[in-house]
Ligand binder design. Structure first.
Ligand code: HAM
Length: 479
């Protein structure tokens, strides 16, 4: 018989298994607790959204949207029709154009294709590559501007980006993130709120750092920057573009392309040969307008007041289009080249761009996979394993007592393994050992007759007799 090929998880995706999932749960639980103390509530948006939402929010030209999104036309008839016309068009191309018939057919098909593409535009959906866009969409959809402001939301869950998988980089990965949204009251003078915005930025950053500290994450480094606003950034970008044009020949192909599409991203380059050139480029901090410079200074002062240690990095520009002013990234130990464990920043105006009222926003997302990896590398990934009690029983009467004991112990919160069928004591104790049980509760005819249970401590092999009540008491004290 031919051997059946085994299925494997798709490249860049993976199964998270016990006992590691215990650590994931602990991390998420800690996030809930810490974020809760800062007044954040949970939002659970859907995992897929209209493709247009991410194009508009994150930016069509960004790598995330232009290269890495999993998206499809969510109408089987339409996507089938498009595939069919594409195939027809390919065939028409291979026909010899003797009398122009083929050319005419081609034109006709192109027109149909165009019409279909317009329809398809409306039904394109994508697996979410991030959640900030969804949170803003939800803020508008549920009219959250009418709630007491600011609205503070956090989320956890899977994201999808078609990236080249490597250590700490997956196609399905998990984020823990938070966003603070606040509608701007009509006629508010933006300059007046620099101090308030800076305090919000600093508190959001303080919250991530408190979360990491609670987990005992090691080698945490916070870098901050200001990338200006609609007033000062375009001028800086033009200046940068002009300077980059002067050294274009010395740059690699990616940076050369970015001079046109997004010169700021050149500052992100890790290419060794470009480092000295980049070091000599004009710095945005020297070109911020008065409001942006004022807010940046205040963010630094506020972080200082909160005891948050940071470094400034003028090259920190982030790969999503919605940011303005404050941006930040946090790296941690043990992650190799993919060492950014958190990224975030301010995005005033994004809600408006998506059709909502003028609204301020600031948030971050933590890469949970990387966070877990870093904790494990530092030996902080330990989780409680095994069982508290293995119930080794023999005989029909003993089974009834064993079931009742297991029910009581589980109700009291202990982890109990109850074999479904009778086992010889030797075999049962071997299994208890393999499962990492702390105690074996031995129930045979003797124990049932006397009401004195035999309790074996597996670590040292010692054995004692005690009543049910005494056993429960001992468990409570020892675990
Ligand atoms: P981001 O920098 O694209 O920002 O992602 C945030 C974090 O997600 C990264 O620092 C990294 O830890 C993790 N991450 C990203 N891609 C992958 C991947 N392929 N595999 C594993 N981990 C990954 C955002 O997503 C913004 N929405 C953050 C934000 C929220 N800004 C404001 N609010």
């Amino acid at each position: 018989m031919a051997e059946k090929k085994k299925f494997q998880a798709i490249k860049g995706t993976r199964d998270l298994l016990p006992p590691e999932t215990e650590l994931w749960n602990r991390v998420e639980q800690t996030a809930r607790e810490v974020f809760g103390t800062f007044g954040f509530g949970e939002i659970r948006p859907p995992i897929f959204e209209k493709t247009r939402l991410f194009e508009r929010a994150v930016g069509s030209e960004t790598d995330i949207v232009s290269k890495e999104m999993f998206n499809w036309v969510d109408d089987p008839d339409l996507s089938g029709a498009i595939t069919k016309i594409r195939a027809e068009m390919r065939n028409t191309k291979t026909l010899p154009a003797v009398d122009g018939t083929a050319a005419r057919a081609m034109l006709e098909k192109q027109a149909r294709m165009g019409a279909f593409n317009n329809l398809a535009e409306r039904v394109r959906v994508a697996l979410r590559p991030e959640v900030t866009a969804s949170v803003c969409r939800a803020y508008i959809e549920h009219e959250m501007h009418a709630l007491p402001q600011p609205v503070k939301l956090y989320y956890t869950g899977p994201m999808f980006r078609r990236e080249r998988p490597q250590k700490g980089r997956y196609r399905q990965f998990y984020q823990i993130g938070a966003e603070v949204l606040e509608m701007v009251p009509p006629n508010q003078d933006p300059a007046k709120n620099i101090e308030k915005d800076a305090a919000v930025d600093a508190e959001v950053i303080e919250m991530v750092m408190a979360f990491f500290a609670r987990l005992g994450l090691e080698g945490v480094k916070l870098e901050i920057n200001s990338i200006g606003d609609r007033e000062c950034r375009p001028k800086y970008v033009e200046l940068l573009r002009a300077e980059l044009m002067k050294v274009k020949d010395k740059l690699g192909p990616d940076s050369q392309r970015r001079i046109e599409t997004n010169p700021l991203r050149v500052l992100d380059s890790k290419l060794e040969s470009e480092q000295t050139i980049i070091a000599g480029l004009p710095k945005i901090a020297d070109h911020l307008c008065a409001n942006c410079a004022g807010q940046y200074a205040e963010v630094k002062r506020q972080l200082g007041m909160r005891g948050v240690v940071f470094e400034e990095n003028w090259r920190l520009v982030r790969g999503l289009d919605y940011y303005m002013r404050t941006t930040f990234e946090i790296t941690a130990r043990g992650l190799g080249s993919q060492n950014a464990v958190c990224g975030g920043g301010r995005y005033d105006g994004l809600v408006e761009l998506l059709g909502g009222p003028p609204t301020k926003g600031i948030g971050f997302a933590i890469g949970e996979d990387r966070l877990i990896l870093s904790l494990q590398e530092a030996g902080k990934g330990g989780v409680a394993q095994g069982r508290d009690v293995f119930v080794a029983w023999m005989g029909e009467k003993a089974q009834a007592t064993a079931i009742a004991a297991a029910q009581k112990l589980r109700a009291a919160g202990f982890r109990v393994e109850l074999p479904p069928v009778e086992q010889k004591f030797g075999k049962a104790l071997g299994q208890a050992d393999k499962l990492g049980a702390r105690y074996a509760l031995i129930l045979g005819d003797d124990e049932i007759a006397t009401g004195q249970w035999t309790v074996k401590t597996l670590a040292d092999g010692s054995q004692t007799k005690m009543s049910e009540a005494e056993f429960l008491e001992m468990l409570r004290k020892s675990l």
